[in-house]
Design a protein around this ligand. Structure first.
Ligand code: 2AM
Ligand code: CA
Length: 289
């Protein structure tokens, strides 16, 4: 069956018969304590990034240029996330794009954090960037929060409990004809990855799909697949913090996420492909050819 983008088939309020609760109570009641901690950290870091985004325009003309400023914005956001998470769960380990690895006393739990995914977009004032926070327990991502402060979109996923965008339950799109699908990819960056390989893959997929997109923030690409906005997505050479939360988001929205090669774990290799079961299967067939 072909189905349109299927965001928000059921709201949390409807699901839980608590239509009159204020949003904050709702959040408090329905999401786990861990998710609430992650959301608070992401929102606080988001306020910091949003303030910094407002400064970028002025910095375009400054001598040092905005790149240093963005790197500071990044570090500030990570520090905020780290402080909030460490305060709430002092023993957990922490892997952040900016701060590297910080061992915890609790060896089974690790936060995986990208304080600013979509740095290039941020630098250019393109409002497609996010804070991504994943929680890994014994090698499995069990919770994920992705927050874009520019449009206030907050994505939440918890293993076994589903995925949500601003309290609306998410479901991946149901299209089964590749030629009706919009698929996103990530371009390898200058000086990195195999550009020739990417061009071969892009050509092969471009020939089969309705439209190709390149948005530049891996966490949001995955969130868009979970939300049914995109039918599929693939990218190579990512880092665990780009995709930890987003992979759970897609799976909890009923989608399939794997490595591009088999066997493999995208969290380890950085190569990821996803979509509904059918679209994922078709993309994998093309990419593994
Ligand atoms: P970043 O913005 O946090 O760096 C875009 O294709 C995706 O690739 C983004 O999620 C981006 O995350 C990530 N990425 C990984 N390595 C990168 C690099 N060297 N330059 C730019 N983006 C990179
Ligand atoms: Ca990133």
């Amino acid at each position: 069956m072909t189905r349109g983008p299927s965001r928000g088939t059921q709201s949390l309020k409807q699901a839980c018969f608590c239509a009159n609760s204020p949003d904050q109570d709702l959040e408090h009641m329905l999401y786990s304590a861990t998710i609430n901690v992650m959301v608070k950290a992401a929102r606080r870091a988001g306020r910091s990034l949003k303030r910094d985004l407002g400064e970028i325009e002025h910095l375009q003309v400054s001598l040092k240029g905005p790149a240093n400023f963005v790197s500071l914005a990044d570090k500030r956001a990570e520090e905020i996330v780290y402080q909030d998470l460490a305060k709430a769960r002092p023993g957990y380990g922490f892997i952040g794009e900016e701060g590297g690895t910080r061992e915890g006393t609790d060896k089974s739990h690790t936060w995986i954090v990208d304080p600013l995914d979509g740095t290039t977009n941020f630098l250019h004032g393109i409002p497609q960037f996010a804070i991504s926070i994943g929680l890994v327990r014994e090698g499995t991502v069990i919770a994920g929060v992705i927050y874009n402060p520019a449009n206030d979109e907050l994505y939440i996923a918890e293993r076994g409990k589903g995925a949500f965008l601003n309290d609306q339950r998410l479901r991946v799109a149901g299209r089964r004809q590749l030629n009706e699908c919009v698929v996103a990819c990530g371009l390898p960056h200058i000086g990195r990855g195999d550009h020739e390989e990417f061009r071969r893959e892009m050509t092969a997929i471009q020939d089969r799909v309705a439209g190709l997109r390149r948005f530049g923030a891996a966490s949001l690409d995955l969130a868009f697949v979970a939300a049914g906005r995109l039918d599929g997505y693939w990218e190579r050479d990512l880092q665990s913090w780009d995709i930890a939360a987003g992979m759970l988001m897609v799976r909890e929205a009923g989608g399939t996420v794997t490595d591009i090669a088999t066997p493999g774990d995208p969290l380890v290799t950085g190569h990821v492909v996803c979509g509904n079961e059918y679209v994922h299967g078709e993309l994998v067939k093309i990419l593994r050819r």
